[in-house]
Write a protein that binds this ligand. Structure first.
Ligand SMILES: C[S@@+](CC[C@H](N)C(=O)[O-])C[C@H]1O[C@@H](n2cnc3c(N)ncnc32)[C@H](O)[C@@H]1O
Length: 229
């Protein structure tokens, strides 16, 4: 049920909003600049974007690091997102750096010590289970080279109520998690890393959801860390 809802929402959103023009696709994740600066002195870079969508983050990374030589693996469960990603990669002249693949994050296997950077922005909560989230975090940590970096955001404590009646509405996220739970997991998996950011970003907005006006609130756990050993 939650999986179908995630697919329905993103298919509809990507087909009705253009990259870098509208809604949350208007601009890249706020830590993309930090990631690019961090990688900019190096060459022959390998980057992995898990749950890349249509390339909101992968395309700016590829554009900024193109002259360094960069290979960006882009994974998403939606075939339509990967098709759009390849179209945008051509439009922004980075088709030689973007490698899209349709795959479920629960099935991803990452070769150890293989990426200079791995990012996953607003995706892990869509894993099918807590076990899946743990498995993927383990893969991400192991898959990052010494000297590499990770950028993650994870949506937690989601709460949605109807504006007219105050009724609580089920938003059907696959793996609902609390900010405390995610903070604890990150501290555990990233022991020994240099954590540049582990912050809680509250979000609240009145928006239309399932044909109703609702108040949507959640807390995004925002994380950036570098592997030093
Ligand atoms: C909120 S969007 C974020 C997209 C992109 N990271 C960004 O920041 O623009 C979540 C993305 O995760 C993808 N996704 C959801 N469940 C997934 C799964 N099980 N495996 C891989 N990708 C998934 C969706 O298709 C969607 O593109």
């Amino acid at each position: 049920m939650a999986r179908e809802e995630t697919i329905r929402y993103h298919e509809s959103y990507y087909s009705s909003h253009k990259l870098f023009e509208e809604g949350w696709l208007q601009k890249p994740d706020e830590e993309v600049n930090r990631l690019v600066s961090f990688l900019s002195g190096r060459s022959n870079l390998k980057v992995l974007d898990i749950g890349c969508g249509v390339g909101r983050n992968a395309i700016p990374i590829a554009r900024e690091l193109k002259l360094n030589g960069v290979h960006v693996d882009c994974y998403d469960v939606l075939e339509s997102a990967i098709e759009l990603l390849h179209g945008y990669a051509e439009q922004f002249d980075v088709q030689g750096s973007i490698f899209g693949r349709c795959i479920d994050m629960d099935a991803i296997e990452i070769e150890p010590d293989s990426y200079d950077a791995i990012l996953s922005v607003s995706v892990l909560e869509h894993s099918s289970s807590l076990q899946g989230v743990n498995r993927l975090l383990e893969q991400i940590v192991r898959g990052t080279k010494v000297g590499g970096a990770n950028r993650l955001t994870i949506s937690t404590d989601r709460h949605v109520t109807a504006c007219d009646t105050g009724e609580v509405i089920d938003t059907r996220v696959e793996t609902p998690m609390s900010k405390e739970q995610v903070t604890e997991m990150l501290q555990r998996y990233y022991e020994g890393w240099l954590v540049d950011r582990l912050s809680l970003v509250p979000y609240k907005e009145d928006l239309e959801y399932g044909g109703r006006l609702v108040t949507w609130s959640c807390v995004d756990v925002s994380f950036f860390a570098r592997r030093v050993v």
